[in-house]
Write a protein that binds this ligand. Structure first.
Ligand code: HEC
Ligand code: HEC
Length: 222
């Protein structure tokens, strides 16, 4: 936790831009735990009520460091930052992996992930996946929603499910904010900073207007 706060503090002072991420960010524990098999560890934790309770507690304290951006309980307050509440555990682990190896680029988050120990990573996954998502009740133009629904029910539902909640392997997308969804979908389409063959193949034919429509539809799913 000390390293996590140090990392956040340096960024807050603007120093994060001057110092190579790993030099300030990676605690000895985080370095030692870089090789822990997180998928196996998560399974071990979820199989044991005692470990789940401990992990949840640690995750809640980690989440206090993330709250400025991802919101209390993982409902983001900023339009370009994703909700973590209700997110599927294996998707969260996969994003940790992608930030760690540069398949997903975001300078701040790449450093933040390096500053977390294996137990803190598992803790935040256990904590956020158990939190409730706030529903987006704002209204959008009916024509936009209809266009979005058409795309969703032609392409996206096959993996993300009709309710947008995905499954234990696929991301929940229901309820994410429109600006985050739009930039994310466009990044997959071009491969700019988010590499995923399935998402690239399934966004390839979308125009910018399609992206806006489907993002508005997804954002209002519960
Ligand atoms: C300074 C703001 C900030 C803080 C603090 C922050 N994040 Fe992030 N986080 C972001 C942004 C911005 C993104 C989106 C990056 C992108 O678009 O690739 C993100 C993305 C993520 C994602 C991917 C979610 C998804 O839906 O794909 C995870 C997981 C995550 N953050 C976890 C954390 C954790 C855990 C902490 C605290 C230890 C934390 N973040 C602290 C800004 C922040
Ligand atoms: C063949 C399966 C498949 C289809 C179809 C599909 N997706 Fe995905 N989607 C995925 C996978 C797998 C991921 C996680 C990729 C990664 O690791 O970055 C993902 C991730 C996403 C994310 C990122 C979530 C986050 O929190 O950052 C968004 C947004 C998304 N998909 C939207 C869509 C939309 C919109 C469509 C329809 C146009 C669609 N997907 C169709 C498999 C699919």
């Amino acid at each position: 936790m000390a390293f996590l706060r140090l990392y956040l503090g340096l960024w807050a002072c603007g120093l994060g831009l001057l110092v190579p991420g790993w030099a300030v960010a990676q605690s000895p524990q985080a370095r030692a735990s870089a090789n822990v098999d997180l998928v196996a560890r998560l399974q071990e934790v979820t199989d044991s009520p005692r470990l789940t309770e401990q992990s949840l507690k640690l995750g809640r304290s980690v989440a206090a460091v993330c709250a400025n951006c991802h919101g209390e309980g993982g409902n983001s307050l900023k339009p370009d930052i994703p909700n973590l509440a209700g997110q599927n555990p294996s998707y969260l682990l996969e994003q940790i992996r992608k930030f760690s190896i540069g398949m997903r680029r975001n300078e701040f988050m790449e450093g933040m992930i390096k500053a977390l120990t294996a137990d803190e990573k598992i803790g935040m996954v256990v904590f956020y996946s158990s939190q409730k998502v706030n529903v987006n009740t704002s209204k959008a133009a009916p024509a936009l929603m209809a266009a979005g629904k058409k795309i969703y029910t032609e392409i996206c539902w096959r993996c993300h499910a009709l309710d947008g909640r995905g499954n234990e392997k696929i991301a929940r997308i229901a309820g994410q904010q429109v600006p985050y969804l739009m930039s994310t979908i466009k990044r997959y389409r071009s491969g700019a900073g988010r590499i995923d063959p399935l998402m690239m193949a399934n966004t390839r034919t979308l125009t910018d207007a399609d992206v806006e429509a489907v993002a508005n539809y997804i954002s209002r799913m519960e």
